[in-house]
Design a protein. Sequence first.
Length: 411
Amino acid sequence: MEIAQLLERAQSVKTHALTLTAAQKNEILCEMADTLLENAQRIMTANEQDMQKAKSQISETMLDRLMLNLSRIEGMAQGLRALTLLEDPIGQELSHVQRPNGLVIRRVRVPMGVVAVIYESRPNVTSDAAGLCLKSGNVCVLRGGREALATNREIVKALHAALERTGHPCELVQLVEDTGREGAAALMQARGKVDLLIPRGGKGLIQACVEQAKVPCIETGTGICHIYVDEAADLSMALEIVDNAKTSRPSVCNAAEVCLVHASCAEAFLPMLKERMELKRTELRLCPRAAKIIEGTTAGPQDFDTEFLDYVLAVKVVEDLPEALAHIRSHSTGHSEAIVTSNEQTAQRFMDGVDSAAVYVNASTRFTDGGEFGLGCEMGISTQKLGARGPMGLCELTSYQYRILGSGQVR
């Protein structure tokens, strides 16, 4: 189907999406969860085909992003069911003011309309995005990457089966099968047809959308996340946090890419870090000061500005907190940063001094996630400040409308 025709169909069901009741939305979401599980084998078979094609083209860590097994499909279904437990945002009153002239001015949440999502590799985004859009009263247009096309087709077939079973139009969730640049460009240029565009993927995709889109666009995803090990850190705790943030799943945007270590504890901490990272097959890229303490690869000019998405960690020794904050300000992408310290004043100074969407004290950056934040699932992580910021859940997919009640007032 031509993208123009697909978007016309999406526009045609905006009113249907808007008028769904909370009970109807929850019924559809539960049915979607069921159909995903019923079709799990078909989805995994398609995913295996995608995996085989992609093996010679993408890294092992990126293959992990692409891979679906039964456990991950069950997680997708659980994400949809979790949305049913959340309050329906549509129609929520945000403010209520009565003016001296008697006008009652209410501000209420309304859907965006047609939300298009351009994403790469991770097919779980297909069901997450569909569920979030449905619950927030939006129509969803999905354009995944070519490496996941067969998988995404089967997922969308399952979601369509759920819509048909519950008596609702399949056009509420649509898949763009043109995975080339033309398909992405068509969505970016679709003024009047796409109300919000969300890119979810690597730096190149996000930059292309931000620079080329003529429709409203939210910048998401790129994560050069830092962990600062302070002089007052519990070093055992710091080691566990850095290990989790780097190696639990290095291919995701909330994985740590840089570890900053206070000079006063570097002699003690860096050997511990080297031993642990060697166990996890993780390469350390070291600044000159760190390289005097442990052996490793010398950090190159770009290593502190790279989202590795792999078993690679850049390490820098800093003199104090101000130097750590200055480094983060210069190299961060505004995603997630963490400090490990037992000093409450230092922790507060770190939180006040870091300008990122999520700032952690004594916890892994891997928690920057819609599910972990209690949002059910997420559309992506916004790294901008205007509008949505951080994990994007239901409320971030809404706008608001002023509704004014009068009794004959004129101006």
